[in-house]
Design a protein around this ligand. Structure first.
Ligand code: KG4
Ligand code: ZN
Length: 340
């Protein structure tokens, strides 16, 4: 992260509440994990087949204080041992974000600590700084989550230039919606991934990327797969679901790897960093490792638990901003939409 070197270790408390995980973590100097806690709401949303925003906010409210308290305990620190508090302020579910933002502001005010606002996607990316402490920009980043699909040029000065993004649904959303139509339940990405391993990509799928730029489009694929399932149901036909899962996964992975490879070829990166919930996908990890071998580049990914939402990534992402004095005041708000 930053080349500025503090004389004392800097310990940042990170807080994440943008969707259905309430998480807190303490990270030292943006690279060293001291503690982490994740309280997931998945079981509570599963009965509704997806995240219910109002329920998410209420569950965050119940969990936030104990989760932060436990993260401090596990790090062996009290509030005085923390140098700054960092929080996700967007993008995400605004009611869910507000719980984390409100708690972080109260913590900062009560204990006289600086407050750092973190963009959720910059957070996902920063999980890699803890996983691979020698990582330094410049590099190419592929950030694939439930709501975003971004191909990003991370420049030497750590600024971001988005090369390509989805024009409609995110890759994770396509995984989730198809999985739901297959009756796999929520969250579907991981379940579709497991099912795909038993099938072959036998079904033809529509285009998932544009040929003259780095953008993606996954809504046509999602609709095609869902329609195929509905038609089969109407006709009383039995579809081989593992093959459909493999076809959907193959199309999504193909688009992500294709555009990533194009950017590497055209712009000459030697390092690719992958982040976000979909980075846990086994097919994507396998194909990106194959790409790295083919192109002779380094591909870095976080461990599976740091692909999905966590607070380690938020505490890590805040380190650079903290050293540069880029702190927020108590007027900090939550934003459902926030550009990177
Ligand atoms: O980054 P994340 O935890 O939340 C957002 O910021 O959106 O990503 C969650 C997304 C969900 O769409 C989930 O289905 C997907 O990541 N996901 C996967 C896998 N594990 C999680 N998608 C495909 N294969 C997986 N193994
Ligand atoms: Zn996320």
């Amino acid at each position: 992260m930053s080349d500025l070197k503090p004389s004392q270790p800097v310990r940042i408390l990170g807080i994440e509440s943008s969707c259905d995980e309430t998480a807190a973590a303490v990270v030292e100097n943006g690279r060293r994990l001291l503690s982490e806690v994740v309280s997931t709401q998945i079981a509570r949303h599963a009965e509704f087949g997806g995240v219910v925003p109002e329920l998410a906010s209420r569950l965050h409210l119940e969990s936030i204080a104990p989760v932060v308290g436990l993260a401090l305990d596990k790090a062996g620190l009290d509030a005085d041992g923390i140098d700054a508090v960092a929080v996700t302020h967007g993008p995400g579910l605004v009611g869910a974000l507000l719980v984390g933002v409100g708690f972080a502001k109260a913590f900062a005010y009560r204990h006289g600590k600086p407050l750092v606002a973190v963009h959720h996607l910059a957070g996902h990316l920063a999980a890699n700084y803890v996983e691979h402490p020698d990582l330094k920009p410049p590099f190419l980043a592929l950030i694939v989550s439930g709501a975003h699909t971004h191909l990003v040029d991370v420049q030497m000065d750590r600024t971001y230039r988005v090369l390509g993004r989805t024009r409609d649904d995110a890759a994770g959303e396509a995984f989730d919606k198809v999985a739901r139509a297959m009756g796999l339940g929520y969250p579907g990405g991981q379940k579709l991934d497991a099912l795909a391993a038993e099938g072959e990509p036998a079904f033809a799928m529509p285009e998932t990327s544009f040929s003259d730029n780095y953008d993606f489009s996954f809504s046509g694929l999602k609709t095609a797969a869902v329609n195929r399932l509905h038609q089969a149901r109407q006709k009383g036909e039995t579809l081989h679901l593992p093959d459909l899962a493999a076809s959907v996964q193959n199309a999504i992975v193909g688009a992500l790897v294709g555009h990533t490879e194009l950017a590497i070829r055209e712009k000459g990166y030697d390092t690719l960093v992958v982040a976000g919930g979909v980075a846990a996908n086994s097919g994507l990890r396998r194909e990106l490792n194959a790409l790295a071998a083919r192109r002779g580049i380094r591909v870095l990914m976080p461990r599976l638990s740091w692909c999905t939402d966590n607070a380690v990534m938020i505490a890590a992402a805040a380190y650079d901003a903290y050293l540069k004095g880029h702190t927020a005041d108590l007027s900090l708000n939550a934003h459902a939409v926030l550009t990177m």
